[in-house]
Design a protein around this ligand. Sequence first.
Ligand SMILES: Cc1cc2nc3c(=O)[nH]c(=O)nc-3n(C[C@H](O)[C@H](O)[C@H](O)COP(=O)(O)OP(=O)(O)OC[C@H]3O[C@@H](n4cnc5c(N)ncnc54)[C@H](O)[C@@H]3O)c2cc1C
Length: 385
Amino acid sequence: MTDELPRNEADLVAAAAEFAASEVRPHAAKWEKARALPAEVFQRAAAAGLTSAILPPAAGGGGVSMLCAARMADVLARADFGFAFALKVHANAANAVARRGTDDQCSRLLPDMIGGRRIGAFCLTEPGVGSDATAIACAARKETGGWTVSGEKAWVTNGVIADVLSVYVQTDARAGWRGIANLLVEGGSPGFTRGAPYDLLGGHAAGLCGLTFDACRVPDANLLLPPGEGFKAAMAGINMARMFVAALCCGMLADSLDRALEYGAARMAFGRPILANQGLQWELADVATDLEACRLLTDRAACTLDAGEAGIAECAHAKKFATRAAVRGISACMQAMGAVGLRADEPFGRHFAAAKMCEFLDGTTEIQNVVISRSLLRPFGLDAS
Ligand SMILES: Cc1cc2nc3c(=O)[nH]c(=O)nc-3n(C[C@H](O)[C@H](O)[C@H](O)COP(=O)(O)OP(=O)(O)OC[C@H]3O[C@@H](n4cnc5c(N)ncnc54)[C@H](O)[C@@H]3O)c2cc1C
């Protein structure tokens, strides 16, 4: 799986796999039940080089390719999507500071973010705004020396623990996307409060909650992206994130297939292993084919990004296909397990809930179709509805 990666990148994927096996998988069911992820696990991930891999070397990062980062996400999600996604969101937040932040922001925030001592979050969605991100209403008013932020954010991954929050704000309600800026809100800022952790179908290690900003004062020094730059950066970030969601789905699907095969080879019914039944073999063969296709689409999206291209359609294809294949395939693997697949000490319940969540986050399946349709219609001078 890592044959085509250079040695240093293959080593990082191996480190991620080792971390997943020793630090994540044994605790995943417990974290799901406790509906929380211990903050120290980020520090252990940092020590294994997992928080900084995608950051540029000049900022103390590994500067790895998107292909390598996708493989890291894949092996971590095999153990637990909630943790893998929380780590990805954190690393992406640190990467945004490293690549777009001022020298002051980098020196103040990055060492603790890379060390996993301060956790990052991406705050775009609001209670009233999801797919149509241009409509965000969380407002930032310019005042001497800073900004006053008022509004709410919803569905914030790492929201329950994050203390470097990358918040998209509207600075001029009449300006649409051109008014959107990005501010770094630090935990403990007056006027900033977190809601209770969301009670969801699964994925609780991702620490989702809503946030409220009540005349929250943010200094000029924490402006990451000025009005006009915020929306473009959010869309570029979401595009890359879609490729990572596809990689996470590859991991969960691979783990489900491995477990269903292992169990099916040993479980006896009617005097033979259940895997001796052709009907079951073909169900799992279809999962294996889908998994191959998911990996190829994910790799293609990652390589397109590595080539410096926008890869908008490639990332949308990968996300749409991989999330659908994961929901369908994890369910098929669960079916092959019989009732045992329902047990909390098996991974299927966590993987299935997470795959369903992946159909919404970073743009729903329908929004991927809008993006793909746009690329199909462009040569005809038409836009997608
Ligand atoms: C696990 C998880 C983690 C998340 N983490 C974050 C995070 O860290 N930060 C953050 O900002 N957000 C986060 N989100 C929010 C996520 O980005 C939104 O859920 C997503 O953008 C969709 O918005 P919505 O759920 O409000 O759906 P809506 O926009 O309300 O859409 C509802 C339905 O209408 C459909 N629809 C909408 N517009 C169209 C259209 N033009 N054509 C066809 N169908 C359409 C949608 O596809 C969907 O089926 C997370 C979500 C989940 C589930």
